[in-house]
Design a protein around this ligand. Structure first.
Ligand SMILES: NC(=O)c1ccc[n+]([C@@H]2O[C@H](COP(=O)([O-])OP(=O)(O)OC[C@H]3O[C@@H](n4cnc5c(N)ncnc54)[C@H](O)[C@@H]3O)[C@@H](O)[C@H]2O)c1
Length: 334
């Protein structure tokens, strides 16, 4: 692990985290509280997403929790007022579910973002607005490593709606001079993730299987490579994004420095979690249809704009992850 980049105090900063009961949002809430911010979580605890009340059990008396849906414009309009920062972590996050129920994905991942932006424009135009995008917006890469200029050819409805909603954020930023920007993430792993289901990030599912001493199934030869990033690094990128005034109206990839094949990630997971095994099987037809091959992304731009860089390698991230789940695994298996 390299020396940790310092994050400034957030004392007194009023931060609204939509989707704050989920994986990224709850880790962000913990870090914001630790740094002195006043945190409000706005989350409807959507059963199809990775939200989990246990994620905030140790800070529940320190955050304001609002159980509402971002599709409820009146509620979100009330909550955007008197805030300095909004980080939108609310999303319908399952790729397969987006193919089964495209209308729900469209509602949450597109209309929901318009609701937030419009509420902010009408009732708190000066707020800093950070939205999270995803590397899967790019689809099959045309060059590698891909960067923020790479065209987007998403291969599923979730990624298509994430692509569209990112454009909404950039449009609001340019058209109304709002202080917003997009941080795109990719294969984030670590504490407080939805580790029980293959519907979400594959490396967290691998971690869940290894923690239960089960076999990790890798499709094909697993040679396709991916960036991975430990959640603490992703959270630091989000905080740097709202602390850096010159970051507005643009998109940054906050991805890890390291690239591994899916098979290597599975093997490292078994090694550092200390249990489980790896099993190779043929590609299921439906999964093969949306598979994009290597997906390697550059983090050059974010390093320059935010002066951020990842601090955890895969080994250290997995060791921290194991330590977290050791005492509370059952909270994440239901
Ligand atoms: N986890 C990753 O590796 C990853 C990678 C790329 C991008 N992202 C993006 O990061 C963001 C957070 O992802 P995550 O992994 O924390 O997902 P998650 O599923 O763990 O959390 C999403 C949260 O949003 C809430 N939510 C869903 N619909 C809602 C609605 N209509 N109103 C209010 N709340 C609602 C859920 O209850 C849940 O708590 C998403 O925008 C996702 O697209 C995540």
């Amino acid at each position: 692990m390299q020396a940790k980049a310092s994050l400034h105090s957030l004392k007194g900063l009023r931060v609204l985290i939509t989707g704050g009961l989920g994986f990224i949002g709850s880790n962000l809430a913990h870090k914001c509280i630790e740094l002195g911010a006043e945190v409000t979580i706005f989350d409807c605890l959507d059963p199809r997403s990775g939200g989990n009340l246990y994620n905030i059990h140790s800070i529940k008396d320190l955050v304001r929790l609002r159980y509402h849906d971002i599709l409820n414009f009146d509620q979100i309009s009330q909550e955007v007022t008197k805030k300095d920062v909004i980080v939108n972590c609310a999303a319908s996050t399952s790729h397969p579910f987006s193919m089964k129920e495209p209308w729900i994905d469209l509602d949450v991942n597109s209309r929901g973002v318009i609701n937030l932006l419009e509420a902010a424009r009408r009732f708190n135009r000066d707020v800093k607005f950070i939205h999270i995008g995803t590397s899967t917006q790019l689809g099959k890469l045309q060059y590698s490593p891909a960067d923020e200029k790479h065209p987007e050819f998403p291969t599923d409805i979730y990624s298509a709606n994430k692509s569209v909603s990112e454009k909404y954020v950039l449009i609001y930023s340019h058209a109304y001079q709002m202080r917003g920007g997009v941080v795109r993430l990719s294969n984030v792993y670590g504490p407080r993730a939805s580790i029980h289901s293959p519907e979400f990030t594959f490396n967290n599912y691998f971690i869940g299987l290894a923690l239960q001493a089960k076999a990790i199934t890798v499709f094909g030869d697993g040679k396709q490579r991916r960036n991975v990033i430990y959640v603490e690094d992703a959270i630091a990128a989000l905080i740097h994004a709202f602390q850096t005034d010159r970051f507005r109206g643009e998109t940054l990839f906050a991805v890890g420095d390291e690239h591994y094949s899916v098979a290597e990630i599975a093997e490292a997971t078994v090694q550092h979690i200390g249990s489980g095994s790896v099993n190779f099987v043929n590609w299921p037809k439906q999964r093969k249809a949306v598979e994009v091959g290597d997906a390697i992304i550059s983090n050059q731009k974010i390093k320059e704009v935010l002066n951020w860089s990842p601090q955890y390698d895969l080994k250290n991230g997995l060791i921290e992850t194991k330590a977290y789940y050791e005492n509370c695994l059952n909270e994440y298996l239901r």
